[in-house]
Design a protein around this ligand. Structure first.
Ligand SMILES: [Zn+2]
Length: 590
């Protein structure tokens, strides 16, 4: 969608709009230092941790990590689509809206049509559960599961009767509506034309997005039948990797309990709720994703994964651990609740009740991590301990730099009997956010190449005009250090549009994999960055070049020993050794 609105128009908006005005009109701000503050509109808090920076044209909440520019704020706060937010901002600034934005708005109307039809379908299915002649089987099933009318009403259970055209006849009254029903995933198009109902003979569970809008359904077959559970397909509104069943309805309970259970199915969520454990969510037929966790951690810092203790459950648990590692910092924690083989939270809580369920032993992520590695490597043997180090290192590299990572490393050192400094150097966890704590590390730490790139990116983000200092952006690309693609991309953009401010620069990455990383860097306050940014940037570029030269030298030296160099490489190595002042005991011949 972003591609349809001229980039220059968005740039201009973000340069001319003042985010302080935009937010203050909705959430009254008070001045504190050079920034503005308020109680966060996105999470419940007593003392203000929501700050708005006029310099950066960016907002950030230290409590829930919400952040973004003026467009992002309107999208989050006013629940606007991207084109709507652009239009709103254009009206605010008083510049005319190009027609492409209106075209984008049309696309939003389509989305609204789908939302409307999904809501109608939910009402339709609920009515069927009350009135349809076949509904007794569904009611019996729910009662057999011990579910009350209150829970059925809370989760808006519905019923799709057996047959191919119940919904089709009920809601698909004209061709436009039938198309909407199909786009929403509720009707399936037949090869020879026409449609049929996707959900038949099923209990229906509406799936809400984070704003409480119905975006899809899950259906549990009544009696025997395949598949037992059927979800809406991926649609413009419904993405399994993002949505979780029960999150919208459970969000207050999750905040209250400061804990969330992640379970595997919607029957688990509703069975737990039936017993008063109303802070559970389920993934929708997919493994837990990074997006899921990022969402959950906005509500609580304590995530508990519940898994069946069978081999499939254990495998899924380990995958969840791997996904969770990069998200663990600033006091966030994950743990695991393993149920007896063949059991799920639904069966356990029905048998044992809530108290016993909640009293079950939960294993912390670090304990589970090292227990699993113990099972895979025999630490009584020297080669077993080496294997453990090999298995653990790449995983520990995923943890954001900070105390948790350090402690995990120390524990690995303890178990393996290796001195901590002899453990393999951990790579930089590039995808995680940069915590204010890591920003306080001594400057010497910044000499490591990955941090250098990060510093350069952060400096450039704060003050995009620094890009003018870069004489040869190509050289940055050739560096081949982690993170240089992003740095090079930023330099490319600024070469063409040197007047962009931070908010506009970040906007260019809205649909990019780098976006989250940039947003974190945007709110990273490094003492050095506050001072002489221009000199620091120049120095960082110099060090980057040096790091790149050293890396190239190492590679050539290695290749020379391994299989020899060609003439051009020999010449290059000779030049590099002279420049870097190294000898390494090798005399390259020319
Ligand atoms: Zn917040």
């Amino acid at each position: 969608m972003a591609g349809r609105i001229p980039q220059g128009f968005i740039d201009e908006l973000l340069i001319r709009a003042d985010i302080v005005e935009v937010i203050d009109a909705r959430v009254p701000l008070t001045k504190g230092g050079k920034d503005f503050k308020a109680r966060c509109p996105f999470h419940d808090e007593k003392t203000p941790s929501f700050t708005v920076s006029p310099d950066k044209q960016f907002y950030h909440c230290f409590g829930c990590q919400a952040n973004g520019n003026a467009i992002g704020f309107l999208m989050e706060y006013e629940h606007m689509s991207f084109p709507e937010a652009v239009e709103e901002l254009a009206n605010h600034v008083g510049i005319p809206v190009p027609k492409e934005v209106v075209a984008g708005g049309r696309q939003f109307e389509d989305q609204q049509d789908l939302l409307d039809i999904l809501q109608e379908a939910a009402t339709h299915y609920q009515r069927q559960l009350r009135d349809h002649p076949q509904a007794q089987a569904a009611v019996d099933y729910l009662k057999g599961r011990g579910l009350s009318g209150e829970v059925a009403a809370r989760f808006d259970f519905g019923f799709a009767p057996d047959g191919w055209d119940n919904l089709l006849r009920g809601l698909g009254t004209d061709d436009v509506r039938r198309k909407h029903l199909q786009r929403a995933g509720l009707l399936v198009a037949k090869d020879g034309g026409g449609y049929y109902d996707r959900f038949r003979n099923r209990i229906m569970f509406p799936i809400h997005d984070h704003r409480g809008r119905i975006v899809g359904f899950g259906g549990r077959v009544i009696g025997e039948g395949e598949p037992k559970y059927l979800n809406s397909p991926e649609t413009p509104l419904f993405h399994k990797g993002r949505e979780m069943y029960g999150l919208f309805l459970g969000r207050d309970a999750i905040r209250r309990e400061q804990r969330v259970f992640v379970v595997e199915g919607y029957m688990d969520v509703v069975a737990l709720a039936q017993h008063g454990v109303d802070f559970a969510v389920a993934t929708l037929g997919t493994a837990t994703t990074r997006d899921h966790l990022d969402r959950l951690f906005r509500f609580t810092s304590d995530v508990v994964f519940c898994f069946d203790g069978d081999p499939a459950g254990l495998q899924a648990a380990w995958r969840a651990l791997e996904i969770a590692l990069p998200t663990l910092d600033e006091g966030r924690q994950a743990s695991f609740l393993f149920l007896p083989e063949g059991e799920d939270p639904d069966s356990v809580i029905r048998r044992e009740g809530a108290e016993a369920f909640l009293a079950r032993q939960v294993e912390s992520l670090p304990d589970y991590f090292f227990r699993n590695l113990h099972d895979r490597a025999d630490v009584r043997r020297l080669d077993g301990r080496a294997r453990m180090v090999e298995l653990a290192s790449p995983l520990l590299s995923k943890i954001p730099e900070g105390p948790f990572r350090q402690m995990m490393r120390d524990r690995l050192a303890e178990i393996s009997g290796l001195e901590p400094q002899k453990l393999p150097r951990l790579g930089l966890a590039t995808t995680n956010k940069v915590s204010p704590k890591s920003a306080n590390r001594p400057r010497a730490e910044l000499k490591k190449p990955p941090s250098l790139v990060r510093t350069a990116v952060a400096l450039l983000l704060r003050d995009p005009s620094l890009a003018k200092q870069v004489k040869d952006p190509e050289a940055i690309v050739r560096l081949d250090l982690p993170g240089t693609t992003l740095l090079a991309a930023m330099l490319d953009i600024l070469k063409i549009d040197p007047e962009l401010n931070m908010a506009a620069l970040i906007e260019r990455f809205r649909d990019s994999e780098h976006r989250t990383h940039l947003e974190k860097l945007a709110v990273w306050t490094h003492p050095v960055l506050e001072q002489d940014a221009a000199a620091e940037f120049q120095g960082t570029l110099g060090q980057l070049e040096k790091a790149g030269r050293e890396q190239r030298t190492d590679r050539l030296l290695y290749k020379e020993r391994a299989k020899g160099l060609n003439q051009a490489e020999k010449a290059e190595l000779g030049r590099l050794l002279a420049e870097t002042g190294r000898s390494d005991g090798v005399t390259p011949t020319s």
